[in-house]
Design a protein. Structure first.
Length: 319
């Protein structure tokens, strides 16, 4: 599971809780013995939250809302290193701020960036690195999408430059709880072609397991051994899919023979283009209309869900 945030940065601590230190752009360091010689410099003067704000969320939200007040955007945008540092510091407050403040502060930055395609694409690249990519300190899908919208709406940006981000937007939108899960094609362990929508059941567990996942067999064993889950699959209230989101090697088919016959086992290299699979292995839980009702559950949570489904009365179908 992706770590939400490693630590509060030095800048966050200073900006939110210090009333005696000013961080300023281009400030000359004093001599080795001065009290300010160890104060980190920033691309421009960052705001400091008033002492009257009582909580961490209130303070970080204030800093986000006023983060770019003192920024000379022409100077910042002309220096890639300074922009990258400022952007990193800005988004580092997101995990601690109010949702409304995050939205408004991102809108403020987007407005300051202007309509220049190069600037908007640079912002999108940094947002991907900071909030979406594998090396990001935390993931924030909602915030990331806000940085992509001005790129996709800008008529000056070429379609080929938009396509990369448009694919990400489609994947994220189709992977959220409440969204309709895409019906991707897959090939079964027996070589037949199918798609997810061919099966009409009350619930579906769609497990994405890489073909070389050595630890995934434990999930299979626990689900298979669970009497409640087995009863749900037997009476067609639940269908379990195990999909490898890659092209398996020669030994995969033999390994898959150990999985229950009633489970749908297959592979689909196209799945990663249609649904968010940044975390593997992972699972999506769907209802009878293929709406996502939960995702990224542990096997213990799946077993608990099976128990809850089993205890829910079924409505008989009229003849």
């Amino acid at each position: 599971m992706k770590q939400i945030f490693r630590t509060i940065s030095i800048l966050a601590v200073v900006a939110c809780f210090s009333s005696s230190v000013a961080l300023s752009s281009g400030q000359e360091q004093g001599d080795a013995g001065s009290a300010t010689s160890n104060v980190p410099t920033t691309p421009f003067e960052y705001p400091m939250a008033p002492d009257s704000l009582p909580t961490l969320q209130a303070r970080t939200s204030y800093v986000m809302m006023h983060f770019w007040d003192a920024a000379d955007m022409n100077k910042i945008l002309s220096d890639t290193a300074k922009f990258n540092q400022a952007f990193h510091d800005f988004v580092s407050f997101i995990p601690y701020s109010y949702a409304d403040s995050i939205k408004r502060s991102i809108s403020i930055l987007v407005e300051k960036m202007g309509e220049e395609p190069e600037h908007l694409l640079r912002m999108a690249r940094r947002a991907e690195a900071e909030m979406y990519g594998p090396e990001a300190d935390f993931w924030s899908e909602a915030s990331y999408l806000m940085f992509l919208r001005p790129v996709l709406n800008n008529k000056k940006i070429k379609n080929k430059d938009k396509e990369y981000y448009l694919t990400q937007v489609k994947k994220l939108n189709s992977s959220q709880i409440g969204a309709t899960f895409p019906s991707f094609p897959y090939t079964t362990r027996h070589g037949a072609g199918h798609n997810l929508y061919e099966y009409n059941t009350k619930y579906k567990y769609v497990l994405f397991h890489p073909s070389d996942c050595s630890d995934c067999s434990l999930t299979r064993l626990r689900l298979e051994a669970d009497g409640v889950t087995s009863m749900l699959t037997e009476d067609n209230r639940l269908k379990i899919f195990v999909i490898a989101p890659d092209k398996p090697g020669s030994g995969w088919n033999a390994a898959m023979e150990n999985y229950p016959y009633s489970w749908e086992i297959g592979y689909s290299p196209k799945a990663a283009d249609m649904v968010d699979l940044r975390v593997l292995p992972t699972v999506y839980v769907l209802d009878e209309n293929n709406k996502i009702i939960d995702r990224n559950l542990t096997v213990d949570q799946l077993l608990a869900l099976s128990a809850a489904i089993y205890s829910t009365p079924t409505v008989p179908v009229a003849e």
